[in-house]
Design a protein around this ligand. Structure first.
Ligand code: SAH
Length: 523
């Protein structure tokens, strides 16, 4: 018997803007929040998917750096398959879907398949990156037209689709997308076809993003200048007299961490808050998650026997509620106990589940939590935590005569990093460590990459003769326990947070950057 037919879902071809998440349109945000399936590209704002439904299917269909991309036919087949299954599909692309976004091809495929679609324009990089660099692409008296051009093609190819003579003669601004790898050839082709070599030109890298950089030169010298500054994709190139306005109209205020790279080593699932705050201050964040949290299986939990429950991390909170939920329990089952949290992040995770912590110490370490509980009568305590953790808190409670059960809810395991991620992290201006396990696993990854086996046990300073990071990197630790893990290996800590949480790490880093203000980057 044939299956009953589901009416096809609607497909939205949505532009996500050039990178700054605040340049997502209201319509894009609304559709992201409603979608059953989101098929997205690489150059979308990092936080664009934050508002997606928890049960939505999020699928990356873009290209990783210079690596392989999902073939276009496969992407189109996916869109059609999801739509035919009745799902609401958002196809999310950087910038505008119809500007070098292959949105036209996808729209034609949908049309041919008889599936209804909607196009949501986005702010396109060629105009937005220029604007963020102070370049108006049209300007009264200077440029009355603008051409958006692909720089992807090698102009030396005989079958090039670009008419260079026509482009050189174009009476206005030229904006090249995807062209930083071909700047020499592009400039030569334009000059060879009659465009003046003395015409202003600018390249904007990571436009609208925290790491935005602009270099200005002339058409003749722009390729060399971009090379000297190590300009990389994504970048747009503007050719025309308006490019000279970049110097004059540069309006983006330099932010305290502009031009600085900061490596975040904590688990990907937890990194976003730290990364977002750092980016908000202008840092270019290098994600190098060396650990992953793995929840340990175990029997359902009955909290009834306990009069105190201590949580030492947001992960612990999540895992605790999973164990409670396994027996059909929820926050109400904690009503009979006092609940203590080691710090504000843990308290926040509890609050999200409807539990307000009774005790949160001023300093966010086991010792302080033990002290904060000094006046609290305890007969039986549960400490819910990671499998590997210090015994300061259980020891302190036992010393007071309490019965203490330590429940290992999760463990941290190594997350493999790509060679490139590790290399970028090792060269970062700042490397942040937010737990002793991030220290251990980072040094293990470095040792493995240098072919020195397990660097975690030799105690010789994190890997034989090789320094684990570049000599210019400054090392940031969240607090004394993490610092100790670095010191034990003979490694220096440059910055230790006073508050042992994400906010504290950011504050400490900002203070350090202010006192070590070296080259202020051009926004
Ligand atoms: N549909 C997109 C363009 C996709 S092609 C749009 O409308 O913006 C990818 C190219 O866009 C990159 O190679 C680069 O040239 C440009 N680009 C995308 N994001 C950029 C950014 N944040 N800064 C500078 N150029 C960017």
């Amino acid at each position: 018997m044939p299956e009953p037919e589901t009416p096809p879902g609607r497909v939205y071809l949505v532009g996500a803007g050039p990178g700054d998440p605040r340049l997502l349109t209201a319509r894009a945000l609304e559709l992201i929040a409603a979608a059953d399936v989101i098929l997205y590209d690489r150059l979308i704002p990092a936080s664009a998917l934050d508002g997606a439904r928890a049960d939505a299917e999020l699928r990356f269909v873009g290209k990783e750096g210079r690596g392989p991309s999902v073939p276009q036919e496969q992407t189109e087949a996916l869109i059609l398959a999801h739509a035919r299954a009745g799902r609401t599909v958002v196809r999310l692309k950087g910038g505008d879907p119809f500007v070098f976004g292959r949105g036209g091809e996808e729209a034609l495929a949908l049309q041919a398949a008889g599936i209804a679609f909607e196009v949501v324009p986005g702010v396109t990089a060629g105009i937005a990156a220029a604007a963020y660099a102070g370049i108006p692409v049209t300007h009264r008296g200077a440029a009355s037209a603008v051409a958006l051009v692909t720089g992807h093609e090698d102009p030396d190819k005989p079958e090039t689709a670009i008419d260079w003579a026509a482009l050189a003669a174009f009476p206005g601004t030229l904006v090249f997308y995807m062209g930083v790898g071909h700047l020499d050839e592009i400039a030569a082709a334009l000059i060879g076809s009659g465009r003046a070599g003395s015409e202003p030109a600018a390249v904007v890298e990571n436009g609208t993003l925290p790491g935005q950089r602009t270099v200005c030169a002339t058409l003749e010298t722009i390729a060399e200048t971009a090379r000297e500054s190590d300009i990389r994709p994504p970048s747009i190139t503007v050719v025309g007299s308006v490019a000279a306005l970049a110097g004059e109209l540069s309006w983006l205020p330099p932010r305290p961490l502009s031009g600085r790279t900061v490596a975040v080593t904590r688990a990907r699932a937890q990194a976003s808050e730290l990364a977002r705050r750092l980016e908000g201050h202008g840092a270019l964040v290098v994600q190098a998650p060396v650990i992953r949290v793995q929840v340990l299986p175990g029997p359902p939990l009955d909290p009834a026997p306990y009069d105190l429950i201590c949580l030492t991390s947001a992960n612990g909170v999540q895992a605790l509620f999973e164990r409670l939920g396994a027996a059909g329990r929820d926050a109400r089952s904690l009503a009979g106990a006092r609940v203590a949290a080691i710090g504000p992040g843990t308290a926040r995770a509890l609050a999200e589940r409807g539990v307000i912590a009774d005790v949160v110490p001023d300093r966010f370490v086991g010792e302080a939590l033990g002290e904060a509980l000094a006046g609290v009568p305890i007969s039986r305590a549960l400490i819910a935590r990671a499998s590997e953790a210090r015994d300061v808190l259980p020891d302190a409670l036992r010393a007071r005569g309490a019965a203490v059960d330590v429940l290992a809810l999760y463990e941290t395991v190594a997350e493999p990093l790509s060679e490139r991620e590790l290399q970028m992290a090792r060269n970062a201006d700042y490397i942040t460590f937010t737990s002793s396990s991030t220290v251990r696993f980072f040094l293990d990854a470095v040792a493995a990459a240098s072919g020195e086996g397990d660097g975690s046990t030799d105690g010789s300073g994190g890997g034989g003769g090789h320094a684990p990071w570049s000599s210019g990197s400054r090392i940031v630790s969240i607090g004394p326990v993490t610092s100790e893990a670095l010191h034990e290996r003979g490694l220096r800590v440059d910055v230790e947070a006073e508050r042992h949480d994400v906010e504290g790490v950011v504050d400490a880093l900002l203070a350090d950057a202010a006192s070590n203000a070296s080259e202020p980057a051009v926004p």
